[in-house]
Structure formats: C-alpha cells, structure tokens
Design a protein around this ligand. Structure first.
Ligand code: FES
Length: 107
C-alpha cells in the first residue's frame, strides 16, 4: 500500500479534524495533538459523516445516531460488532501522508 500525500501538517492543528477525498475514498483525519489518525469518513450505520462528529481524545461520535469510534483502531466503542477502516499515517517534510489500499489508487 503506497503512501499518498494529503495536505500540510499546519492545516490540521491539535484537536482538529478534516475531511478529504483521495483516490475515490472519503477520509476523515483527526489530530489528538500526539497522533494523527486517518479513518473512513463513512459511518457503517447509515453513512453519517464522521468528520463532522464531535471529536474528543481519540474518539469521534457520529453526528447522526451517536455511534462512537476510536480513530486509532477504527473500532466502535459502543457498537462492538462494527468498525471503520483505518489507514496508517506518516508526517514527512511538513506533509501528512496516508497509506491507502492499492486498488483505490487513481491511475
Ligand atoms: S449513521 Fe452513524 S450512527 Fe447512524
């Protein structure tokens, strides 16, 4: 899975969140201040936009029906049978890079 450049680290302050579209995927990024996490923006319940939810610590709450997800593991903390896709992130030369599955890459 290759890393894809997303945006500059200065565009995601500590406690911040941001939604981007990259290679056909809708991705929500969150900064806890110590870690930057990238997960699918699409809630597995009814498709709520997780990047528009309330984000505290390492948890985001879906704005539609309040399912909670760890942005670190992708697992739901109040609906244990569910999870969202999470993607490895690295910061290099002031840019945030996300490791996306190859089948989703644009040609
Ligand atoms: S759509 Fe996210 S909890 Fe229902």
């Amino acid at each position: 899975m290759p890393f894809v450049r997303a945006f500059k680290i200065t565009d995601l302050p500590p406690g911040g969140k941001k939604i981007i579209e990259k290679n056909g995927l809708e991705i929500a990024l969150f900064s806890s201040g110590q870690n930057i996490c990238a997960v699918s923006n699409i809630c597995p319940h009814y498709g709520g936009s997780l990047g528009e939810g309330v984000f505290t610590g390492e948890t985001v709450v879906c704005p539609l029906h309040f399912w909670e997800f760890s942005v670190v593991t992708g697992r739901s903390t109040n609906q244990p049978a569910y999870r969202i896709e999470s993607y490895p992130v690295k910061v290099e030369k002031e840019w945030i890079w996300i490791n996306l599955p190859e089948e989703d890459l644009e040609e």
